[in-house]
Design a protein around this ligand. Structure first.
Ligand SMILES: Cc1cc2nc3c(=O)[nH]c(=O)nc-3n(C[C@H](O)[C@H](O)[C@H](O)COP(=O)(O)O)c2cc1C
Ligand code: SF4
Length: 551
């Protein structure tokens, strides 16, 4: 990462944004022409190599994306469900193979068969109407239905209306930022994006950082296959996310709230923009909001297809129009983030909890859940459940309750669940009764709660094939900054692929262990550092099945 490039990219502030301009330029043909890249390099004074380097890092801007007309989901849940060959056959009747790209993942894990045409996502039985979808290009807009339930409604509480929802902002803005922040600290809420860092502590770091410009960013790059809870919030409860960002801005003195929303969720982008307009119409944005002296506005940045942009420093580089490479820390973003200014990055679900906390008090929130994992958690169940859907449960709820009472049990034999995204643990069904939905329960049992998405691995899928898929995903999405991950994930994928395809080849167990330890210990971020967890779980719990591939 270059501090100078950050400065140059930030000269026009967030309004005149290099990355957004690149994305817009790629909209028509699928990539950005060399002339436009040169022009942008000149406009932002960043050099041609930088603009070219950036676009090549994104699925929806790189030169190979040129001419793509349809995309098929290749995420873990669609893979396990085995639906995508049929979707590909159906797409192939209308498009040449080179016109079909991949998206990972569309967040339609509850019904699979997911694909994307003309800016619209489809899933379930939509591929049966392929001719109509292709000929109307975006006119057919199906609503995807998934179950929503809860044993404690905070985030899934019914939404009344905008005026009623924002009525408490008047009181909030009359209090001091320290006092409001005190409620967040009292709630003990921990970040839902994966790392579980206390929100109040992070906001306090940024509040104390001295700067005339600060940013709060909503990380809406939910890339974990199996997860669609952030999508639920963005599309069904956008105001809870916006409200949380406004309060964050007030507490730490940030003037801008930026929502970085993944391109794979086009509906989310539109719905959030419409919600922002509702606030603008009510004079709840801009300068001197409600006469309190608080200045705040929103900007939506549409991502362009790179899983690593979910990592907060890669995300910041992305908004700056730099390659989405992870930054070394310190300095942490709360001190030196976007355009070198103090920046908070929070997950969608973390931000969405702020309204309830301020409405009911931080200690009321802290009283929910367990001592160290307070509040509720959204959990996503894929199509292997009888009642797939998105469920809000109080932290500490047993995994058995989630699976049987909410999910209605498995609809076909399942041997393991991959919980918490690609970097999460592989939980064998024999461990279900040992686990509860909270950070500690998962970590003490050798797993990771992460974003709490559940992808089932059915009996019929060989674990080694799933491991190869995981390593392939990790290698493809590696930002390439550090060699343990850049090289290690590819070597891992090669090992699994060779073992599957060559019956005379056996994986050297010591070599594999060395590789996993090197990834875990030597990687700069939790991408390379996290991918060994599910592999180690698999080696531990599925040793009998895997032994035929190991020497
Ligand atoms: C490879 C990788 C992918 C990540 N993807 C996401 C993501 O999609 N959404 C998210 O909120 N956090 C993601 N994170 C975590 C972020 O870096 C960061 O910790 C989080 O956005 C902070 O928000 P929180 O404190 O509210 O959890 C990812 C981290 C890594 C290492
Ligand atoms: S671990 Fe992988 S994704 Fe993370 S910094 Fe290193 S190369 Fe990049």
């Amino acid at each position: 990462m270059s501090k100078n490039l950050s400065e140059l990219s930030g000269r026009g502030g967030i309004v005149d944004n290099l990355f957004e301009k690149m994305g817009n330029a790629a909209e028509k043909s699928g990539t950005v022409s060399q002339e436009e890249l040169d022009r942008l390099a000149k406009e932002f004074l960043v050099g041609k190599a930088n603009t070219y380097g950036t676009v090549t890092a994104y699925d929806f801007m790189k030169p190979e994306n040129k001419g793509k007309k349809a995309y098929i989901c290749n995420g873990s849940a669609c893979l396990c469900a085995g639906t995508q060959d049929k979707v590909m056959d159906s797409l192939s009747e209308h498009y040449k193979r080179e016109e079909i790209g991949h998206m990972t993942c569309l967040g339609r894990c509850h019904e699979n068969s997911a694909f994307h045409i003309g800016g619209v996502n489809y899933s379930g039985d939509a591929s049966q109407k392929m001719s109509e979808i292709v000929s109307t290009q975006g006119a057919l807009q199906p609503k995807d239905a998934y179950n929503v339930g809860s044993n404690k409604e905070l985030l899934t509480e019914a939404f009344t209306d905008v005026d009623a929802y924002y009525s408490i902002i008047h009181d909030v803005l009359k209090r001091s930022p320290e006092e409001v922040l005190g409620e967040i600290k009292d709630s003990n809420i921990r970040g839902r994006g994966g790392a579980g860092f206390p929100m109040g502590v992070k906001w306090d770091f940024c509040r104390k950082a001295e700067s005339d410009t600060k940013f709060i960013i909503c990380n809406a790059d939910e890339g974990d296959p199996g997860a669609y809870s952030d999508r639920y919030l963005l599309e069904e409860r956008p105001h809870s996310v916006l409200f949380g960002m406004m309060v964050g801005g007030f507490c730490m003195g940030a003037q801008w709230g930026i929502l970085y929303i993944r391109a794979e969720y086009p509906e989310s982008v539109d719905i959030v923009n419409a919600a922002i307009q509702e606030l603008r119409d009510r004079n709840l944005l801009g300068d001197n909001i409600l006469g309190t002296g608080f200045n705040f506005d929103f900007k939506v940045i549409k991502a362009q297809g790179a899983y690593i942009c979910g990592e907060e420093t890669a995300l910041i580089n992305s908004i700056e129009g730099q390659r989405p490479e992870v930054r070394t820390r310190p300095p942490f973003p709360a001190i030196q983030g976007l355009f070198n200014k103090p920046t908070i990055v929070n997950n969608v679900e973390t931000l969405a909890a702020v309204h309830w906390i301020l409405d009911n008090g931080g200690s009321a929130y802290a009283a929910l859940g367990t001592d160290k994992s307070t509040g509720t958690k959204l959990v996503c169940l894929d199509s292997f459940f009888n009642k797939p859907g998105m469920y809000e449960v109080e932290m500490g709820t047993s995994l058995r309750t989630v699976i049987d009472d909410f999910g209605g049990g498995f609809k076909e034999p399942v041997k393991a669940m991959h919980i918490g995204g690609p970097l999460g643990g592989m939980v064998p069904v024999s461990k279900i009764d040992d686990l509860a939905i909270d950070f500690e329960s998962f970590s003490t049992n050798g797993f990771l709660l992460g974003h709490a998405s559940v992808v089932c691995i059915p009996e019929k899928i060989e674990i080694i094939k799933y491991l190869e898929h995981l390593m392939e995903f990790a290698a493809y999405e590696s930002c390439g900054k550090c060699f343990p991950c850049r090289l290690g994930t590819t070597r891992g994928q090669e090992m699994f692929a060779k073992a599957i395809n060559d019956e005379n080849y056996k994986i050297d167990r010591d070599l594999l262990n060395d590789l996993l330890d090197t990834l875990q210990e030597g990687s700069l971020c939790a991408h390379g550092g996290g991918i060994p967890l599910p592999v180690k779980n698999a080696l531990h719990y599925f040793e009998d099945e895997l032994s035929q591939y190991l020497a």
